[in-house]
Write a protein that binds this ligand. Structure first.
Ligand SMILES: C[S@@+](CC[C@H](N)C(=O)[O-])C[C@H]1O[C@@H](n2cnc3c(N)ncnc32)[C@H](O)[C@@H]1O
Length: 469
């Protein structure tokens, strides 16, 4: 039996992919339409779901909405999560529930909700699965007391909205809560990622709670991305002179460059089973370091010019390495980094962050890294995070399209590639994202991890089977 699904705000298809994976005996899901505004994400969806399954457009527009309703009436399940920036819900809600409700209805930033509920009301699926970021229940507020009060309010308003459309949000075994906070790491995803879901049905049934899956071994980064081909980054040269704290590098050139070069040389040993680190292209890079680094360090004057020349030579060799060993999978190529950052990546201990290397009381305190840190310390101090192999990843963010500094590889001097981010999100290894590197990071970072979605889907299949009985 195939139950039909409409995916609203479908992005690059994480939610749909998980629902497609879900199975209970002969029961499964068929995605009949996925609605999405972004062109790159739509191309990804067309590639995986099929050309005629995607409605590309703004679902707040009448013609798109009419089309969705016409093509999806009678669908069993609507899944989706309006994008998170609409969650400015707690702000205007200081004075209580009615105002909150009103804000939800009238604040233009929240209109996407209105359209989501509007479509639910008109299509009337049997089940709605609403997914969103944890921020929906924990807005930054002044006092603890206010926090708990408003946590209730924001999420309750959304549940109330569904109830008013005739959907029960009650959960089995829980008389109070109408939503669940799920951490993807408990569903086979090698990542700490908490998401809020509301399951609602219009058949007056209790909605299922999702049991945590018990894995014998924790999902780790090593299992997810540990055996991929080694990736080396190119280093930006043209804008090097304007780099903040470049003087710290040039005054400590030997220490800086040996840290970077050492981190690449170590890869030959760490990955000795893998052919690419034994290739001519990789060996040429190592030989280049051995020949050219001492020459560069022996220069007394114009060190910056020689450094630029050294990095250009390295970049040329990396290009050849990439062409030969990585070009078949474009999503597993590193973005370019600057010399300060690759030095910092190389020196940071796996499993540590800039908040630690700048904290004199921390075991990870490092005076040199502290001097290199280029950002405003009164704001975010955990800008740089180097991951470790034996733990799950931190939450993959769409912010990776801007920079990947919170996602530094455990032993290579670079940040995660889109391919690594997608595997950490539990996308199948052959899942291809359309668009350039940044568009890919955005789709991946926004996605519901397919393995989490699969667990949700399997619970929904059971609910549908119960309804049919
Ligand atoms: C959080 S992402 C969804 C991720 C998706 N559920 C997944 O698992 O891959 C939200 C998506 O909503 C899309 N979106 C935003 N406004 C929209 C609108 N008015 N109409 C259609 N899609 C919209 C965005 O382009 C974005 O891809």
């Amino acid at each position: 039996m195939a139950y039909t699904v409409l995916d609203l705000f479908a992005g690059g298809g994480g939610f749909s992919t998980g629902f497609q994976m879900a199975r209970r005996g002969d029961s499964r899901f068929e995605i009949i339409k996925a609605v999405e505004l972004n062109e790159d994400a739509c191309n990804t969806l067309r590639n995986h779901l099929g050309e005629n399954k995607v409605i590309e457009g703004d679902l707040t527009k009448k013609e798109i909405k009419d089309r969705i309703i016409a093509e999806c009436l009678g669908v069993d399940v609507i899944i989706g999560g309006p994008p998170c920036q609409t969650y400015s819900l707690a702000g205007p809600a200081r004075s209580g529930k009615p105002e909150m409700r009103e804000a939800l209805r009238t604040d233009p930033r929240n209109t996407l909700f209105r359209h989501f509920f509007d479509l639910v009301g008109q299509i009337r699926p049997r089940i709605v699965v609403f997914e969103n970021v944890e921020g929906i229940i924990s807005k930054q507020l002044d006092t603890e007391e206010e926090l708990s009060k408003k946590q209730q309010i924001a999420i309750e308003v959304i549940c109330d909205e569904l109830e008013s459309l005739g959907y029960s949000t009650r959960i089995e075994g829980d008389l109070v809560k109408r939503y669940q906070v799920l951490n993807a790491v408990n569903y086979g995803v090698p990542q700490q990622r908490k998401r809020v879901i509301i399951i609602a049905n219009n058949q007056n049934q209790l909605n299922p709670t999702l049991d945590v899956l018990n894995y014998e071994i924790d999902q780790t980064l090593l299992q997810a991305i540990g055996r991929l081909p080694v990736v080396l980054p190119e280093i930006s040269v043209s804008r090097m002179k304007s780099l903040i704290n470049l003087n710290v590098i040039t005054q400590n050139l030997e220490k800086s460059l040996y840290a970077f070069v050492g981190s690449i040389k170590n890869l030959k040993d760490t990955y000795k089973e893998q052919p690419e680190v034994n290739s001519d292209e990789f060996n040429k890079i190592i030989r280049y370091f051995d020949e050219c680094l001492p020459k560069l360090l022996s220069k007394k004057y114009k060190k910056l010019i020689y450094l630029e020349e050294f990095l250009r030579g390295y970049n040329n060799l990396v290009k050849k390495y990439v062409e030969r060993h990585l070009a078949h999978r474009q999503s597993h190529i590193s973005r370019e980094h600057n010399i300060r950052d690759v030095v910092m990546f190389s020196m940071m201990k796996p499993g540590s962050s800039s908040a630690q290397f700048m904290n004199k009381a921390s075991l990870f305190y490092d005076k040199f890294l502290d001097e290199l840190y280029p950002y405003d310390r009164t704001k975010h101090v955990d800008t740089y995070v180097r991951h470790s192999w034996n733990k799950p990843s931190n939450t993959i963010l769409s912010h990776m399209e801007k920079d990947g500094l919170k996602f530094i590889h455990p032993d290579q001097p670079r940040t995660f590639t889109p391919y690594e981010a997608a595997l950490i999100q539990s996308f199948p290894p052959d899942y291809v994202f359309s668009g350039g590197r940044n568009a890919q990071y955005r789709q991946i970072g926004n996605a519901v991890p397919p393995l989490l979605a699969r667990s949700i889907g399997e619970a929904i299949l059971e609910l549908l089977e119960n309804m049919d009985r």
